[in-house]
Design a protein around this ligand. Structure first.
Ligand code: HMG
Ligand code: MG
Length: 308
């Protein structure tokens, strides 16, 4: 193990979307914009800035269009947004995004709760989105949720999950991010599942990993993915986040913790870790609570006075 580590890894920062969609307080539009602008200055190359879903489903991101239009875009950063259908894509086009992310689940019950659709209806929606996105020169990434376990159905058969991953790639998404929505995966399961996928998917950059850290296993799971050749990982600044339609799910792996692990093993990300800690302090002030990132907690320990 650890003989095949890559030299460089791409981090997709999902804090402004996956993180803020699940915070109890509504983060003001100004603070969201400042958060994203600060992330743009940290060396992160891709940021998921918001989602264009029905505001009733994630009211915390109901200002998505304004956020997307008002952030300061840097030429060396790619900006993307999550969306479920053509209605969401219209807003992405309106805001000038060049990349979007679609999403669905590998379990019927979670798909129904999260999208009010069956798996086959979601695939149809995604096909429509990919077709229109392509005509508008927009790249499409996909998330597949609950691949390591569903809060309603338990473990899902690897081969049925693989079937959906292959369908998504056939539809024309450039990458599928495998979502451990409720943070239930373990390293052996990640290894076994990736081996099943690699039987049919030879280009490993078509896959990414998206670990929530509910049970503290996200770094261990990431390490297995890394050792097996995965080089794109999603994470949230500070460990913000969760999924409103997955009870008990907590935040993504913290970007600082993942970047610290990678850098300390000599793997490049292009990200300035000190800047991430500064952004963590900013977001702790905005949210009025200490965020889960272990790395930021350590660095902040001597400097913390109060949150205001
Ligand atoms: P629905 O109720 O079936 O929608 O919800 P509908 O098609 O029947 O339309 C109802 C109304 O919604 C209509 O408006 C539509 O125009 C409107 P009305 O005629 O009543 O005025 N509508 C929309 N409005 C704004 N934006 C849209 C949109 N689409 C339709 N895009 C729907 C279906 C998909 C809309 C809904 O289920 C939804 O918005 N779901 C989003 C749920 C969500 O955001 N979940 C969290 C993100 S997923 C996640 O966190 C997991 C991930 O991180 C990976 C992992 O961790 O595993 C990605
Ligand atoms: Mg997620």
């Amino acid at each position: 193990m650890l003989n095949n580590l890559p030299k460089k890894v791409t981090i997709v920062e999902v804090g402004p979307r996956d993180g803020l969609q699940n915070e109890e307080i509504f983060v003001s539009t100004e603070n969201k914009i400042e958060f994203i602008n600060k992330l743009s200055e940290s060396g992160i190359s891709k940021i998921e800035i918001t989602s264009f879903v029905h505001p009733k489903w994630t009211p915390q991101l109901s200002d998505s269009l304004e956020v997307a239009k008002r952030i300061k875009r840097k030429s060396n950063v790619e900006y993307t947004a999550l969306l479920p259908n053509l209605k969401g894509l219209e807003k992405a086009i309106d805001s000038g995004l060049k990349e979007v992310a679609v999403f669905m689940s590998s379990s019927e019950s979670h798909n129904k709760k999260n999208l009010n659709r069956t798996i086959s209806e979601s695939l149809k929606n995604i096909e429509e989105v990919v077709n229109v996105a392509k005509k508008n020169n927009i790249n499409v990434r996909a998330y597949l949720s609950t691949v390591f376990g569903c809060p309603y159905e338990g473990y899902i058969n690897f081969n049925s999950v693989k079937e959906i991953v292959l369908k998504l790639l056939d539809l024309g998404v450039y990458q599928v991010s495998l979502g451990d929505t409720i943070g239930i995966a373990n390293p052996k399961q990640v290894r076994d599942f990736l081996n099943v996928l690699f039987e049919d998917i030879k280009e490993k950059n078509k896959l990414a990993l998206h670990f929530h850290d509910t049970r503290g296993m996200a770094l261990a799971n990431s390490l297995i993915g890394l050792d097996m050749g995965i080089t794109t990982f999603d994470s949230s600044l500070g460990g913000l986040g969760g999924c409103p339609y997955a009870p008990g799910a907590t935040g993504n792996v913290a970007t600082e913790d993942l970047v610290n692990m990678l850098h300390s093993m000599g793997i490049e990300t292009g990200i300035n870790l000190d800047k991430l800690v500064e952004i963590n302090r900013f977001m702790e002030k905005v949210l009025g609570r200490v965020l889960p990132s272990k790395y930021s907690k350590t660095i902040n320990a001597t400097k913390r006075t109060n949150l205001n």
